[in-house]
Design a protein around this ligand. Structure first.
Ligand SMILES: *Cc1c(COP(=O)(O)O)cnc(C)c1O
Length: 379
């Protein structure tokens, strides 16, 4: 099946007891057993729930994966992946990560004896210099947040496989519509479903997709043991959101391109980060591994101090100043004090997240209104 058909149908069948076309919200914590152990595959909703199962099968299909697991947040999904490791293990990752990923690595799992190397992965060969007998995992994010750097998944996967490591890709920014890391050799795809997949800024959720059955079983064990699993109502909302994922993504890409082109030569814009420009340093990689370039754009304001950056960020009427991204409505965010505030200033600035950088999540409103809003806010 092709993407749009999977988005609408995968994992979902008319309900056998009523014929309901939409997957029912199985709002139950527990399930009847005819005799102890004689059940219909469901025992307790922390471990399995039919609404969540339909969503997980759909999520797996979107990433060309065999298995999917939904978590109560993207961070819950990341937490489960890290629990595959043990004290003494080492992880190689990028130096331009989602702030919450950086925080859970350095402030939580470092305390449990796991060591992280934050590298600039432009040249994937650098991984070889940091691999030793304790290295177990490579964790990448592409495009990165918020500077939209693109990492070559296939090139990294080649190095990772040669060293017998596990490759995890945070695919939140691209969404499964634009990029499928498993096709390039990733072992696990992680999503903050909160963003494009959910798409309506009304649910917080995470997901992991994988092909290897043994890995799936290990992750399911962690998921059921640690318990960061989402409820049936949220699962239903996301199943509903996914039905328009392909339509929304097309519109995000179209509006994203128009906004990027408008901002590129704007006198108030010093730098723009959007992988669709042919002069973006990783454009050729993006063109190879992504189907289009998305609606996430960052800009550095020309000669603006923090106060002027705040003034402009608060000046929008259609774009909403808020954290998060990937919803139908356009958002603007000031990473240095909002999404990336938990990263120390020096580390943050070394990765290009300067005080006068703003990140836009271009929504699917009428493009004329978005451009008008940008024009007014930047004047
Ligand atoms: C939001 C986000 C996360 C965390 O997901 P939550 O659903 O907020 O827990 C992880 N990675 C990226 C790239 C994100 O944007």
């Amino acid at each position: 099946m092709k993407f749009a058909t999977k988005a609408i149908h995968a994992g979902q069948h008319p309900d056998p007891s009523t014929g309901a076309v939409m997957t029912p919200i199985y709002q139950t914590s527990t399930y009847w057993q005819k005799a102890p152990g004689d059940n219909q595959g469901y025992e307790y909703s922390r471990g399995t729930n039919p609404t969540r199962k339909a969503l997980e099968d759909c999520l797996a299909a979107l990433e060309n994966a065999k298995f999917g697991l939904a978590f109560s947040s993207g961070m819950g999904a990341t937490d489960a992946v890290m629990k595959l490791l043990k004290p003494g293990d080492e992880v190689i990752t990028g130096n331009d990560l989602y702030g919450g990923s950086y925080r859970i690595f350095t402030k939580i799992f470092a305390n449990y004896g796991i060591k992280f190397h934050f590298l600039n992965l432009h040249d994937p060969e650098i991984i070889n210099e940091y691999v030793n007998e304790n290295t177990k995992m490579v964790w990448i994010e592409t495009p990165t947040n918020p500077t939209m750097q693109v990492v070559d998944i296939a090139a990294i996967s080649k190095i990772v496989k040669a060293k017998n490591l596990m490759l995890v890709v945070d695919n939140t920014f691209a969404s499964p519509y634009l990029q499928n890391p498993i096709d390039f050799g990733a072992d696990i795809v992680m999503h903050s479903v909160t963003k494009y997949i959910g798409g309506h800024s009304d649910v917080v959720m995470g997901a992991l997709m994988m092909n290897d059955e043994d890995l799936y079983k290990r992750l399911w064990f962690i998921y059921n043991s640690c318990g960061a699993t989402p409820g049936p109502m949220d699962s239903f909302f996301v199943l509903r959101g996914i039905k328009t994922l392909h339509l929304r993504m097309k519109a995000h890409c179209e509006n994203g391109r128009a906004v990027a082109e408008f901002l590129k030569d704007h006198p108030k814009v010093e730098r723009i980060f959007w992988p669709g420009f042919t002069d973006h340093p990783n454009h050729h990689i993006a063109a190879n591994q992504m189907r289009d370039f998305g609606g996430m754009i960052s800009i550095v304001l020309k000669g603006a101090d923090l106060q002027e950056t705040f003034r402009i960020a608060s000046n929008f009427k259609v774009f909403t100043l808020a954290e998060s991204l990937g919803g139908v409505e356009s958002l603007i965010n000031h990473p240095a004090t909002m999404t990336h505030a938990s990263i120390p200033k020096e580390t943050r600035e070394a990765a290009g997240v300067v005080d006068n950088l703003l990140r836009l999540s271009v929504g699917v409103e009428d493009i004329e209104d978005l451009l008008e809003d940008l024009k007014n806010a930047l004047s």
